[in-house]
Design a protein around this ligand. Structure first.
Ligand SMILES: [Cu+2]
Length: 364
């Protein structure tokens, strides 16, 4: 809705002043009182940095005197206080507590609690998030096709919440309608139990009204069902959950992210190091609220893309894909041939400049 209003003109008067989300970040946030804190720390995306060009900070584009490939923020958020680090989340696949049922099925048991938690998104800017187990995205649940999942779900928040899984399961495990199907009030518990199927890459999220708010606040995660015979072996596997944050609560995103923290994997922060010739599989999930579509582009390389991970035949060999909310897929990167520094980012420039960027450092 805001995309169209950006372009609209008042038919009875002056053309409406175009208002970009970046404008909202500098102007709207200031009005909301958050901008002052952002400005004071200097930990600001480029739009605001431009306003400080006289300082010629390294982040400034002015005069091309410093790094200017992309904007960024100065410094790191407090990952310890946040309780999670996106670098760890990349490879944090959670099989739960594993045991054997009497019928021979493998059982994966989890305990997942909704917690209200303040998350520092940009140094100095804290967001009142809702989380599964204190992290965004929630745990990456991983099991083999046909295994049994048993999730003890505890609502430690102050609103009703649920876990709604994508996949195949009984209606009373769908987390939607009532406490009997896993839609529970604060202080209540529910046990979701179902078989992991079909093989592929799925997701879970809260399914409580108003849904946009419950998702945008941070209640989502990846759910991987490995095929019975496994995936073809690769050297590295990463999970990337794309989303955004509306930090001034106007139902528009102000920050775009992969694994929650803007610019985390950038060159000056925590780039992802891989080796020439390594095979890399990325489990990519889009949970972005408010915007219609999200995307990912890798520089100087291509990948086989398997939508939803349900087929072993790629739908495309490409360097760019687009996903709606809830869409996900598996990327198998061609091994990088040349050492170097390679960006990956949303191929929607605005999203990239507001946080959805990263860098692979490829070494011999
Ligand atoms: Cu919720």
């Amino acid at each position: 809705m805001n995309d169209s209003s950006d372009q609209s003109a008042d038919p009875g008067g002056e053309p409406a002043r175009p208002l970009s989300r970046r404008g909202m970040l500098t102007g709207g946030l200031g009005a909301a009182g958050l901008g002052a804190a952002v400005l004071a720390t200097g930990h600001v995306p480029r739009r605001t940095a431009q306003a400080q060009d006289a300082d010629a900070t390294p982040q400034s584009h002015s005069g091309h005197t410093g790094p200017f490939a992309m904007p960024g923020v100065v410094g790191e958020v407090d990952h310890v206080a946040n309780g999670f680090n996106p670098t760890d989340i990349l490879t944090d696949f959670d099989g739960g507590e594993v045991s054997q049922l009497s019928n021979g099925q493998t059982l994966h048991e989890y305990r997942i609690t909704v917690l209200n938690k303040e998350i520092e998104l940009i140094p100095g800017t804290v967001y009142p998030a809702w989380t599964y187990n204190g992290r965004i995205p929630g745990p990456t649940i991983r099991a083999r096709e046909g295994d049994r999942l048993r999730i003890r779900f505890i609502n430690g928040g102050d609103h009703p919440h649920s876990m709604h899984f994508h996949g195949i399961h009984p209606g009373n495990m769908d987390g939607v309608f009532d406490p009997e199907s896993g839609q529970i009030r604060p202080g209540e518990e529910f046990i979701y139990e179902f078989d992991a199927e079909p093989a592929g890459l799925h997701l879970y999220h809260c399914h409580t009204f108003p849904l946009a708010e419950h998702i945008a606040k941070g209640l989502y995660g990846a759910f991987i069902v490995d095929p019975k015979d496994g995936w073809p072996p690769v050297d590295r596997e990463f999970v990337m959950v794309m989303s955004g944050f509306d930090i001034d609560f106007d139902a528009e995103n102000d920050l775009y992210v992969v694994n929650a923290i803007p610019f985390h994997y950038d060159l000056d922060k925590n780039p992802i190091r891989i080796k020439v010739g390594e095979t890399v599989r990325i489990f990519l999930v889009n949970m972005l609220e408010f915007d219609q579509i999200n995307s990912l582009h890798v520089h100087a390389n291509f990948f086989n893309y398997y939508p939803t991970g349900t087929s072993r035949t790629p739908s495309d060999y490409t360097d760019t894909i687009a996903l709606m909310q809830g869409q996900r897929g598996i990327m198998e990167l061609s091994p990088y041939k040349y050492p170097g520094r390679y960006m990956f980012h949303a191929h929607k420039t605005e999203f990239a400049e507001l946080g959805w960027t990263g860098v692979f450092i490829v070494e011999e």
